[in-house]
Design a protein around this ligand. Structure first.
Ligand code: ADP
Length: 466
């Protein structure tokens, strides 16, 4: 078998096998190794054994391994990107982005370090802060960005001296297993272990007594189970969870100019992005023209197999999600008006026509729940204060956007929204320097930035007499 697990430096067969479906055909196209609980335990034990030696290296020494790894990922980016597209469904251009991004991210973190810093000087002592690694990190990823999200956890964990067990989602294991193979050629045995599961080892991994830190990206419901599992040994946790992000449109926009960007913020990756716009709020004066323009643009999106040139949107990633999105669309048909889309494409695979819904009440499921698919509701508002209440009236708080002809007005509105990130007249802009994470039930802790890096470390203050 081509796709094996990485345990203790070796590529090994799984105790079980896992069939992987291409969402563009809904058919099995590959089979990979799948771990059982005994192999999971071996992986954790290997990471634990590798920890002291990896921790003892200098930042520069660990960084050298990571630069080498980044180069090898770039050399195989085409293969990795094609795998992402085959298992995830996204257009090839975006599969390749993930592979290239993985390499860039490793290069970036390879040059980071936490030297001893002086925190304070008292009458009797100089106080230093040391940052040490935590131990074995469990990195658990979802199926929307299998490669990018894995490396977003791997890179900061490695440079700070931790070792890892990485577990991809059961429907997108392949790119991560290939990444495991590439890592096995570079890193010392046990520093990284990659296992695939049948969506059934998450609890054993997150509850394992030898795992010190859980870095999880996925749904809010599963995130709560992860948090509960952290309690027994007081594991450190970083949770990147769901969102119900609002796109707030102000009354000073040029509809023709902004509508393509607003739609893109909802439809990118077929809407399967935690920070996708999931509710669009338009001022009453622009409501009809904006709805018309969004529907027109949505009807023009080229939906097809991600490997086909010219494809702008691929299928929904898996059957469960496909059925859930269709259920939300059926509910929206009863509650509102479907302007375009509203049905699956008449072909094999999990394709859904990009759907825009208007005249739907705030209480509808499509507005209250996270759809995570290519369907978006557009709602009208009359008053900005009332709008902010509606935007904040959710348990989620991940991100959001403001669309305006005057970015200063946008800044004022953005400050009133309860989320971890706001973008004005842009979406998904990010930087390795900027921390990312959720407010309320959208998460705990941060990834990226200095803050995100610190989450893979333990701080210690040391008082040295003067
Ligand atoms: P979905 O509901 O769309 O499948 P999840 O948030 O459940 O998304 O999945 C994200 C990741 O969490 C996957 O890798 C999945 O296997 C894993 N997972 C599922 N259940 C648990 C659990 N109880 N503890 C830890 N991880 C889990």
């Amino acid at each position: 078998m081509q796709f094996k697990l990485l345990i203790d430096g070796k590529m090994v067969d799984g105790a079980r096998t896992l069939d992987v479906i291409n969402p563009a055909t809904a058919k099995v196209f590959e089979t990979c190794a799948c771990a059982d609980e005994a192999q999971l335990n071996e992986a954790v034990a290997a990471a634990k054994r590798a920890f002291p030696a990896w921790k003892a290296l200098s930042y520069a020494e660990r960084g050298a391994f990571m630069h080498e790894l980044a180069d090898r990922i770039m050399a195989r980016a085409d293969e990795l990107g094609r795998l992402v597209t085959a298992e995830q469904g996204k257009p090839l251009e975006f599969g390749l982005h993930e592979a290239h991004g993985a390499s860039f991210m490793l290069h970036h973190y390879a040059d980071r370090e936490f030297p001893l810093v002086q925190l304070a000087e008292t009458e009797t002592a100089i106080v230093y802060e040391q940052r040490s690694p935590l131990g074995v990190v469990a990195a658990i990823t979802p199926w929307n960005f299998p490669l990018a999200l894995a490396v977003m956890k791997i890179a900061p964990a490695l440079i700070t001296g931790n070792t890892l067990v990485v577990k991809p989602a059961a429907s997108t294991p392949l790119a991560t297993l290939l990444l495991g193979e590439i890592m096995s050629e570079v890193l010392p045995a046990g520093v990284i272990n990659v296992i695939a599961d049948a969506d059934d080892l998450g609890a054993a991994l997150t509850g394992h007594p030898d795992v010190a830190k859980l870095s999880f990206t996925g749904s809010t419901a599963t995130g709560k189970r992860v948090m509960a599992n952290a309690v027994s040994t007081l594991k450190r946790i970083t949770l990147e969870l769901g969102g119900n992000d609002a796109a707030i449109v102000l009354d000073d926009i040029d509809v023709a100019e902004m509508a393509p960007k607003i739609l893109q913020s909802a439809m990118l990756n077929a809407g399967q992005i935690c920070v996708a716009s999931k509710r669009i709020y338009a001022p009453r004066s622009l409501y009809e023209p904006l709805c018309d323009e969004l529907a027109r643009l949505a009807s023009e999106i080229v939906v097809d197999d991600g490997t086909k040139q010219g494809t702008q949107m691929g299928p929904v990633q898996n059957r469960k999600q496909y059925e859930r999105v269709l259920e939300l669309i059926a509910d929206s048909e009863r509650e509102g008006t479907i302007m375009t889309g509203g049905k699956p494409l008449d072909r094999e695979g999990y394709f859904i026509a990009p759907t825009v819904v208007k005249d739907i009440p705030e209480t509808a499921r499509l507005v209250r729940e996270e759809q995570f698919g290519p369907v978006v509701p557009v709602l009208a508002y009359d008053d900005l204060d009332e709008l902010i209440e509606r935007v904040n009236g959710t348990e989620f708080g991940l991100a959001g956007t403001v669309w305006t002809g005057n970015p200063q007005r946008g800044l004022e509105i953005a400050q009133r929204v309860e989320t971890g990130t706001m973008w004005i007249n842009m979406h998904m802009a990010s930087s390795f320097e900027v921390p990312m994470g959720g407010a309320k039930q959208s998460g705990l802790g941060r990834e990226l930035g200095e803050e995100g890096l610190k989450e893979f470390t333990q701080a210690k203050s040391i008082f040295v007499p003067i």
